[in-house]
Design a binder for this molecule. Structure first.
Ligand SMILES: Nc1ncnc2c1ncn2[C@@H]1O[C@H](COP(=O)(O)OP(=O)(O)OP(=O)(O)O)[C@@H](O)[C@H]1O
Ligand SMILES: [Mg+2]
Length: 297
């Protein structure tokens, strides 16, 4: 395993306009360079320790999906080839190569477009309580990890403290306009269904996923990362058994470890130990290889 994670980029001639939880973002005017670092967040806290190569894996996976989804909906990706980037980025291949996307800068919607095809996580918790997921009534008799007849759209919005708050589709329509909301949720469902087929053929179940959309001159654009283990739940199909929680390729593993530490989730998290870092990295690498069929990233 490469011993070092890249947790922050530092380029000679540029400062990022912002560092998100995972990405460092550079503003080029009408375009952005989004560099995925190896930072990992869980329970809305970035861990002081990164996962080597995670940013490359997330970027290469997003590129894989953008390529396959470009006929379904317009997306923001211009290039992930460093040769197409401004020189300042080309001068730092150690920090930028393989983990950066040159994208069209969009007016982002303040809504997360979550599509759920299976019953898991907070959705399963709510269903047990009220027979609903984000207020939407579901048939009786479902169990944990049941496949839903139709995927459902359960939008969320970000509170200032970073926690997601579920909202109704109607509320999402009020926030961004009904026609854009309908267009984006329709596109999100189509992309989810196509992706589910592609992943299914590789032995991966795409349980649920979150998309971010924006607008460019009034046109809908799919942005951010798509269909990665950070934005989705992936389950290995050969171990799928409804009625229990599923093993997964995502950072559930990290969450589980954090839960064992007694951390209060209201203060900086304990650093991940080496063995947890190594196992987490293996999960990301495994998901990437199984899905794309590529060895390298
Ligand atoms: N094409 C785009 N145009 C403008 N902003 C974008 C585009 N694609 C992604 N973004 C934004 O870039 C950021 C990506 O950074 P990252 O994923 O690290 O942030 P995050 O932790 O998810 O969110 P936060 O913004 O709350 O820190 C997100 O705020 C996302 O909305
Ligand atoms: Mg993000």
């Amino acid at each position: 395993m490469p011993s070092t994670a890249l947790c922050e980029t530092h380029l000679s001639n540029r400062e990022p306009i912002t560092r998100g939880k995972v990405r460092d973002i550079y503003d080029l005017g009408d375009r952005l360079v989004i560099v995925a670092t190896d930072r990992i967040s869980a329970f809305d806290w970035v861990n002081p320790v990164g996962i080597p190569d995670k940013g490359k894996i997330l970027t290469q996976m997003s590129v894989f999906w953008f390529e396959r989804m470009k006929d379904t909906v317009r997306n923001h990706l211009i290039s992930a080839d460093l040769a197409d980037f401004p020189r300042d980025f080309q001068a730092h291949p150690d920090q930028c190569a393989g983990r950066s996307m040159l994208v069209e800068k969009c007016e982002m919607f303040p809504v997360e477009f979550v599509i759920r095809g299976y019953l898991a996580g907070s959705g399963w918790k709510e269903y047990q309580h009220s027979g609903t997921v984000c207020g939407q009534k579901l048939p009786e008799g479902l169990v944990e990890a049941s496949k839903l007849e139709e995927p459902i759209f359960t939008p969320a919005t970000k509170a200032t403290d970073g926690h997601d708050i579920n909202i109704s589709p109607e509320r999402a329509g009020q926030m961004i306009g009904n026609s854009l909301m309908e267009a984006a949720s329709g596109a999100a469902k189509r992309v989810y269904l196509r992706a589910r087929e592609i992943a299914g053929a590789k032995g991966i179940i795409l349980c649920d996923t979150k998309f971010e959309f924006g607008a460019l001159n009034g046109e809908l654009v799919l942005a951010d990362e798509i269909l990665t283990p950070d934005s989705s739940r992936f389950w290995p199909a050969d171990q799928y058994v409804p009625g229990r929680s599923q093993p997964s390729f995502d950072k559930q593993f990290v969450r589980d470890w954090l839960e064992t530490t007694g951390w209060d989730k209201n203060s900086p998290p304990p650093p991940l130990p080496d063995d947890i870092v190594a196992k987490t990295r293996e999960k990301y690498v495994g998901a990437y290889r199984q899905l794309t069929g590529n060895e390298d990233f």
